[in-house]
Ligand binder design. Structure first.
Ligand code: 5MM
Length: 341
């Protein structure tokens, strides 16, 4: 694949008014989400849930691409059409999570490093053959007493850059996801410091590994107060501090930015994205969404594993996709939350 093709895929993923549906939960994570709803985490239930998401009528109005998990990309809709093929026909670009999870970082209590580089070249070639055109790797940075350490940030940034270079060699657009966790009682300013340090280290490593930024998408967390912080920042403060942090650390030629929701409420995740786009019309990169929970949650609650609830669940997914697509243009307002799904 040429650079032009990588740039073309990246541009299509962050196209105006659309974002990414992250549906790449590993089996343990999917199991946790199902358990809360009393749904058994069987292969068939996971397949049925992913089919429900992908067959939502007109989803491609607001969703440019969807990230699948290894099990999912090998599955099909009920008529036997493989998911990736079905998505292609619907105008939704297939993506794939290729990390193998965040594991304890030796020598750094309380910190994680994401694994999955071994054999990645071969796995990417296989996924490309199945239809994946972009990939995702998530690194986890925890804020706590004396953490994150430089060692943890560097180890994760280096792995993200090695992954991204392998993706581009395979003709696959890398989504680079350094998530600074929302868990904890830290202030928004502490989150700014950690996010800034993380992003600057990640972009230094991407440069060192010769990753082409115009064929790369960043999936960052927002600069936000910790969940247990007594002082919760306003929507405007989150928007301003997040944009300031991005402008400080991210080169202008990056193809685009698609945020994760990271445990924010559905409405807050939409309002924050909207505020950034409404207040900053002249940013060097498109700002959009790559949400999992903040897109799927209302639909999952309604579905509850029951076939007869599928159509109602799809309407809720479509509604959240529409609200976030609108927020990616800075045109959302709270009253739209009350519109019938
Ligand atoms: C941070 O998680 C990613 C975005 O999801 P949210 O919008 O819910 O924060 C998400 O793509 C995540 O990487 C997947 O759910 C996979 O997670 P696991 O832990 O199963 O690898």
């Amino acid at each position: 694949m040429t650079l032009q093709e990588l740039q073309g895929t990246a541009k299509a993923v962050v196209t105006a008014g659309k974002g990414i549906l992250a549906m790449d939960e590993s089996n343990p994570t999917c199991g946790k989400r199902f358990k809360k709803m009393g749904i058994e985490s069987t292969v068939e239930n996971r397949r049925a849930w992913r089919e429900l998401l992908l067959t939502t009528p007109n989803l491609s109005n607001f969703i440019s691409g969807a990230i699948l998990y290894d099990e999912t990309i090998r599955q099909s809709i009920a008529d036997g059409t493989p998911f990736a093929q079905y998505m292609g026909k619907q105008g939704i670009i297939p993506g794939i999570k290729v990390d193998t999870g965040a594991k304890d970082l030796a020598g750094f209590p309380g910190e994680k490093v994401t694994e999955g580089l071994d054999g990645l070249r071969e796995r990417l070639a296989e996924y490309k053959g199945i239809g994946a055109r972009f990939a995702k790797w998530r690194a986890v940075i925890t804020i706590g007493n004396g953490i994150p350490s430089n060692g943890c940030i560097h180890a994760n940034a280096h792995a993200l850059a090695r992954y991204a270079a392998l993706c581009q060699e395979a003709g696959i657009v890398p989504i680079v996801e350094p998530e600074v966790l929302i868990d904890g009682d830290h202030t928004i300013d502490r989150c700014y410091e950690v996010t800034s340090e993380t992003l600057s280290t990640v972009f230094a490593e991407l440069k060192a590994q010769r990753v082409l930024l115009d064929g790369t998408i960043l999936k960052p967390s927002m600069v936000i107060s910790g969940l247990d912080c007594p002082q919760q920042a306003s929507v405007e403060e989150v928007a301003e501090k997040t944009v300031r942090c991005l402008l400080k650390n991210i080169p202008k030629n990056l193809a685009g930015i698609a945020f994760l929701s990271g445990g924010q409420s559905n409405e807050r995740a939409t309002a924050h994205l909207n505020a950034m786009n409404a207040r900053h019309k002249d940013l060097p990169w498109p700002l959009t969404f790559s949400y999992a929970r903040a897109l799927q949650q209302p639909a999952l609650e309604t579905w509850s594993g029951k076939k007869e609830n599928a159509a109602a669940a799809q309407k809720l997914l479509y509604h959240r996709a529409k609200l976030n697509g609108t927020a990616s243009m800075g045109q959302y307002n709270e009253t739209m939350e009350k519109e019938a799904a």
